[in-house]
Design a protein around this ligand. Structure first.
Ligand SMILES: C[S@@+](CC[C@H](N)C(=O)[O-])C[C@H]1O[C@@H](n2cnc3c(N)ncnc32)[C@H](O)[C@@H]1O
Length: 291
């Protein structure tokens, strides 16, 4: 079959499942990955014949996509901040809105050897990018999922990033003194998970999505610990869901933290809350820190 024939066939098979995006664009994305060519090459070579093996692999991918599996899981990688990250159903796919958090974290991180902590690292996209964009940074990333952490380790090695990985609940097992804490923790209310689109509900890990009854349970638990974790004047950047910023900001204020900023995403959602530990004042208790 030719490139043009394969694209037409795939677009027809995908029409039902990806009607809200573009079946044609999705078909192009998958065929370009299957043939290891840029998508623009496909447009210029519609008459090119595709080898049988490659066509069969592509059509198998189209079948998986037609069953709802996200295209990035099928091809095994996803872009974040201009780099490709290995992905698997062990971790959430990196999302464009998380780049908002990253951008501000880079602006806030001190230039000389900042100490940066990523809580709930998933693929490691935030930790790896921060380490690569701030050479000399001391970066630690945690996750409660051993499978997610194995994926993060793969990405750390793939990019040769200086990131230390630690498995555990939030950062309870770590000492304080962080100048920047970034966290994109699960923030969806448990009751809403059943209404998520199939491709999220069936394929992305529940541990990455489920934020408890109100959605803010995991984030609030981290905020509790921020006065201990943050260095004086250190900042925390928390990714949140719709309508959660005020509640989490209030909780942070009750813990003595200052709200620096709310970053609004393209959809008008207050997506990232930036908090700061005050410069002065009594040192918070470090009890429970083991290393
Ligand atoms: C929404 S995903 C975000 C992953 C990644 N930071 C990103 O931005 O793509 C949340 C991650 O937090 C992890 N997680 C959930 N609860 C946790 C907890 N109590 N302690 C540490 N990690 C947790 C999940 O395993 C998942 O990898």
């Amino acid at each position: 079959m030719t490139v043009a024939e394969l694209l037409a066939l795939a677009a027809a098979r995908l029409a039902a499942v990806v009607a809200d995006t573009s079946p044609r664009r999705e078909a192009q994305f998958l065929l370009a990955r299957a043939l290891a060519v840029p998508e623009s090459w496909l447009l210029a070579h519609g008459d090119a014949r595709v080898a049988e093996g490659a066509a069969a692999e592509f059509l198998a991918w189209v079948q998986r996509r037609a069953r709802g599996e996200p295209a990035h899981y099928i091809v095994g990688s996803c872009p974040f901040w201009g780099r490709e990250f290995a992905v698997s159903p062990a971790a959430l796919l990196p999302r464009p809105e998380t780049e908002l958090l990253l951008e501000r974290a880079l602006a806030l991180a001190p230039h000389r050897q900042p100490r940066i902590l990523d809580v709930g690292t998933g693929t490691g996209c935030l930790a790896v990018t921060l380490a690569l964009e701030r050479p000399g940074a001391f970066v630690v990333a945690t996750d409660a999922s051993a499978e997610a952490l194995a994926l993060a380790r793969h990405n750390v090695r793939r990019w040769g990033a200086a990131v230390h990985l630690a498995c555990g609940d939030l950062a309870h097992h770590l000492q304080g003194g962080w100048q920047v804490v970034v966290a994109n923790l699960p923030y969806l209310p448990s009751a809403t998970l059943a209404q998520l689109p199939l491709e999220i509900r069936h394929f992305e890990p529940r541990l990455a999505l489920d934020g408890g009854e109100t959605g803010t349970q995991v984030v609030r638990a981290l905020v509790e610990d921020l006065p201990r974790l943050l260095a004086p004047a250190g900042c925390a950047l928390l990714e949140l869901g719709q309508g959660q910023a005020e509640e989490v900001a209030q909780h942070a204020r009750s813990r003595g933290l200052e709200e620096l900023e709310r970053i609004v995403d393209l959809g008008g959602v207050e997506r990232v809350l930036v908090l700061q530990r005050q410069q002065e004042g009594p040192a918070p208790s470090n009890s429970g820190a083991t290393g």
